[in-house]
Design a binder for this molecule. Structure first.
Ligand code: B12
Ligand code: SF4
Ligand code: SF4
Length: 347
């Protein structure tokens, strides 16, 4: 079935790019091996829903195509930050894509349903464990780099993805599966926690996972690697040659909702927050999933990193914070363990 109308409509809905490919992933075995090796860490849902990744029929019975869409957000190279400041990843500097991309994708699906009443559509944006990058590369949106992110030709990887599964056999686009990296290994060398092997990221070592998803204490050997990342990490994208500034990238359009509100937060401010303050600061942001305890844990580690780099002013406030937490009767095991490691590091 001709796909022109689908594509025009996707662009009308504000997506930066759209492609159509098969609903089944190309490399389900790589996902299987990743889970078997335990690379998903504490993301138990990935293991319990592992069958879904290989079989989209479990998400939408009779699915034959994945209509893949992409929203770009502004990116840049490495950046300077003020002292005692924690950075947040760029995808989370604007509005929450789990809401903005998903809502538009759902409305796009509803519109297609009225045009193709015999077809079924289901919108997914991180909401089910499909292999979105695998499907997007099969739909011709971009190629997968060694850091495992999807890289758009001439545009780069600063983008989030969405998938609309459908039972309608629309005409497919040519896949983009060539290796975009060649002999480059910049992301592997730049990753501070050695999380990347070519085309495999061990989430248990990835700062993005550790700061956003991991609820337990962060292993002591990885504290220093967190550097100044309070939530998420962009280092592998900052260094990638496909993301370096060019005239084409300077003219790249970004979804309005993803214009950055802020680069990050003052660490002392974060440590002084109540749960209500956290909720208010993260309202409408993808960061709302970072829980209060995890945020305090991250902030303590970052402040300790700065003390270890010679910031004496940070040391005074950090010591006061560590004392305060230790004296509290309601402090969690996670924070207690974090305080213990922070003290050892600044001794
Ligand atoms: C779990 C998850 C994470 C985990 C694990 C990351 C990972 N690399 O797997 C953590 C928390 C660490 C994470 C971090 C980030 N994430 Co994330 N994450 C996901 C999620 C929910 C599932 C990914 C998954 O299934 N991983 C399991 C592994 C096995 O899958 P995979 O790496 O895609 O595996 C494929 C490739 O490796 C490929 N492959 C294997 N061998 C080879 C060989 C060759 C030659 C080739 C070409 C390919 C290839 O085949 C595998 C199977 O398809 C997706 C959304 C989704 N449903 O897809 C978002 C998603 C991947 N994340 C996204 C983003 C933005 C990020 C961060 C940039 C956020 C940040 N700034 O902090 C970082 C980037 C870290 C990184 N380098 O990956 C975007 C990526 C957009 C893009 N341009 O690619 C997604 C698609 C969310 C979205 N809807 O937009 N994420
Ligand atoms: S997001 Fe950061 S920690 Fe994770 S793989 Fe990329 S560089 Fe490494
Ligand atoms: S930094 Fe180099 S190796 Fe890593 S994804 Fe980009 S091109 Fe590939």
């Amino acid at each position: 079935m001709n796909s022109d109308r689908v594509k025009t409509l996707a662009l009308d809905f504000g997506f930066a790019s759209v492609g159509i490919g098969p609903s089944v992933p190309k490399r389900p075995e790589a996902h299987h091996a990743w889970i078997e090796a335990g690379c998903h860490g504490e993301m138990a849902w990935m293991e319990s829903h592992r069958d879904v990744a290989a079989d989209p029929d479990l998400v939408l019975p009779g699915a034959v195509r994945a209509i893949c869409v992409l929203d770009r957000y502004p990116g840049s190279g490495p950046e300077e930050v003020p002292p005692r400041f924690g950075r947040i990843a760029r995808y989370a500097r604007g509005k929450d894509y789990h809401v903005h991309t998903l809502k538009r994708l759902q409305r796009f699906g509803e519109q297609l349903s009225s045009t193709f009443p015999d077809g079924a559509f289901r919108a997914c944006v991180d909401t089910v464990p499909l292999l979105e990058r695998d499907l997007a590369s099969s739909a011709g949106l971009g190629r997968i780099g060694k850091h495992t992110l999807l890289i758009e030709p001439a545009k780069g990887s600063w983008a989030v993805l969405g998938v609309l599964l459908t039972t309608v056999p629309f005409e497919m686009d040519a896949p983009l599966d060539e290796d975009p990296c060649g002999t480059c290994s910049r992301c592997i060398e730049a990753c501070p926690t050695d999380a990347i092997e070519p085309w495999k990221v061990d989430a248990r070592r990835c700062i993005s996972y550790l700061t956003l998803e991991h609820r337990s204490a962060i292993p002591a050997k990885l504290h220093e690697g967190l550097g100044d990342w309070l939530a998420g990490c962009d280092i592998c994208q900052e260094v990638c040659p496909h993301n370096q500034p060019t005239a084409a990238r300077a003219n790249t359009s970004h979804a309005e909702a993803f214009q950055p509100d802020r680069q990050g937060f003052d660490l002392l401010e974060v440590l002084g927050w109540s749960e209500d303050d956290r909720r208010a600061a993260f309202q409408g942001s993808a960061l709302k999933r970072v829980k209060y305890e995890a945020l305090r844990r991250n902030a303590l580690i970052l402040l300790t990193n700065q003390v270890c780099q010679g910031d004496q002013e940070a040391k005074t406030v950090l010591m006061a914070q560590l004392d305060l937490i230790e004296q509290s009767t309601t402090v969690s095991e996670v924070l207690r363990e974090t305080v213990r490691v922070c003290r050892l590091r600044i001794q």
